[in-house]
Design a protein around this ligand. Structure first.
Ligand code: PAF
Length: 284
């Protein structure tokens, strides 16, 4: 695996591959890698000749500066994992390489950038769009791979591609879960032992919500169930739970046959904010 720090070197290497008609797969990350990230590398390797992974903790997507400071950084361990996973190129730029000057671009993604994560983390997706568009310009991949745990992020990136008229295929990959169902996330590393055990209730509540939908309960009953499950224990602080149309993120008050729905949740466990989602159509 080649470890590259500058866009000039990256461009030179990738141009060589492009000249020999190799397809380039790209997995952008912020490091602190886990099996979920490695599944993205595996998905890329399956269909592309060259897989590039970037590790860059992007300052512009953190509206909480202490979250940025506390973001786990373990570049040596990450590089080892990527090497073992068969990643071809690891791009680890410095902040000055990505942002030689302040990026003042403001994107307009409409409704999907006003709800859920966007409502709670103003400016977050603008920062994601800034860095992803810069990385796409540097890597020029044929395909880019993202985890569906960040469901709203994947929708934003699809919209970004449309707006910038980029010919990059965005591949959304399934959420990887620990044995107790908790969605894998770099943030899980920051949970204490007690919080980690408690966090397993989040996917259970999501499955419970799905089962209630399947048994014909109405929306009010489903929301009440989720709140009631999490409420008694002060370790949880529910940020949002919402059932939305899967393709628009519009929150719904009832289910219509034949439509695709998704349940999305953000919940603090102690001080750590975790997100998860579940398609509500898998059992129907
Ligand atoms: O999902 C992430 O890890 C980040 O938001 C991304 C896409 C790498 C942009 O910094």
């Amino acid at each position: 695996m080649q470890i590259v720090k500058t866009k000039t070197e990256l461009g030179r290497i990738l141009d060589g591959h492009r000249k020999s008609s190799e397809t380039i797969g790209f997995v952008p990350t912020m490091g602190a890698l886990h099996a979920g990230h490695l599944s993205l590398i595996a998905a890329s390797k399956k269909v592309c000749s060259i897989t590039v992974c970037s590790i860059f903790v992007n300052p512009t997507q953190f509206n909480d500066k202490s979250d940025l400071e506390k973001y786990p950084r373990m570049p040596e361990k990450d590089a080892e994992m990527l090497e073992k996973a068969g990643c071809d190129i690891l791009f680890m730029p410095e902040v000055s390489e990505i942002y030689p000057k302040t990026d003042t671009r403001k994107f307009d993604f409409g409704y999907i950038d006003t709800v859920l994560e966007a409502a709670v983390r103003p400016g977050h997706f603008n920062g994601v769009a800034q860095v992803v568009s810069i990385l796409f310009d540097m890597v020029k991949p044929d395909k880019a791979f993202f985890g569906q745990k960040d469901y709203q992020q994947v929708m934003i990136i699809r919209e970004l591609i449309k707006q910038l008229k980029l010919k990059i295929e965005i591949v959304g990959c399934p959420i990887l879960r620990d044995a107790d169902g908790l969605a894998m996330s770099s943030r899980n590393l920051r949970l204490s032992k007690e919080e980690r055990t408690a966090a397993a209730l989040i996917p259970k509540v999501m499955l419970g919500a799905m089962q209630l939908k399947e048994s014909g309960r109405n929306m009010g009953q489903i929301y009440a169930y989720v709140e009631k499950k999490l409420d008694p224990n002060p370790i949880y602080n529910l940020d949002y739970f919402a059932i939305c149309e899967a393709d628009t993120l519009k929150e719904v008050s009832s289910f219509e046959p034949g439509k695709a729905y998704i349940a999305l949740i953000a919940c603090f466990v102690g001080n750590i904010r975790l997100i998860d989602n579940l398609s509500l159509n898998s059992l129907s």
